[in-house]
Design a protein around this ligand. Sequence first.
Ligand SMILES: [Zn+2]
Length: 396
Amino acid sequence: MKKLLALLALLLLLLPGCGKTEEPRDAFLDTFLLTDMKVDGIDTPALFNPAKGTTTPICSDPLCSHTKKDGCPFAGYHSLQELHYYGGAVWFQSAEGGKLMDSDIMRYDLDTGRVTKLTSLPELREMVPDSIPIENGQSYGFFEGCFVYRVPRADHTIAFQLRVSLDDGKIEVLDHDFIIPFAQYKKKSLSYTPELSYTGVSFGIEVREGDHRETILSEKRIAICFTDLLESGKLIYVDSPKREDGSYDFDRMAVHVYDMESGEDRLIIDDFPSAYIALIGDFIYYSRYVEDPPSLGYDKNMGKEQFNLSGGILFRTSIETGEESVAFELPAYTLIQTEIHRIGQYVVIEYRNTDYSHWEEEATPYGVWYAYEKENGRVVYDTASGETKAYPEASQ
Ligand SMILES: [Zn+2]
């Protein structure tokens, strides 16, 4: 018991510092989508503004080729594929060879345009005991102003965990089963349970208040929580429903709203297509497979007709009534269900269209390959006006 108390004390000590979850949502996150774009064929981090439909590279040097040789501060970022916004800056990890533990944590100041190095990960590496191999499988997460690095054992449990505060670069070794809260509700901090780290799901949500610790929704196999409505006491979560025989149905998802005050748990969507939603106002927005998908044409490479499985439809369901309706229907757009974002009042969803009526024949050692005309881009839905606009990505 004493040990447990000591552990709790440690966890509580660790709690401040990071996790400034009580701050209001930053205006940046309601204005821009952090993304990338091709400039002269090279991926460059960029900002997409859904209100204007513009994409601007963060590296604004027109002569920059965005390579390390050219001195581009963003060179190498893409190998790690992550950009994060925090406190007026864009954070990323830069690594020549794309190895996480050999990379540097970089800060790009959005006001001054200056890029500075916060710390080098090899410094972190030195903190990992020799007995723990870190060559493979290490991962990291971004939580409210901290990067958290995890080094797993062969059985995928966590062997070692540490975090870097983006405020001051301070590095701390965390207890191996410590999980940083993903949200704060009044004096309660909410975190996923440790199972999430190695199974990708959380059995319930751990709620801590002072030294009191409890698990809510412990019977639920939770894939993800959405905290946009937490201020009003509503926690939206997606889970795999439990069958009558007690097993979980991994092929299905359901959306619920949990009331933090009364503990009431209400099902909103029974048969949900994926874990990805955008939450704006009292509506959940998403795309899913439709029953009679429109044809896109005949795919000579695959030897079959292709369909727009999303139907080009953005659905929405009211959290209050559970009623589903169509926000927009654009059958010519093949929506990507996993690429949906909320930026302020806008739902931004990516599309990838293939025009099967236009191709170029390419000779390959295996025969002719039909290179179809393709277009990527984003559809922006303004939830205030109901207007929809599509912005194709500049093709390079
Ligand atoms: Zn550049």
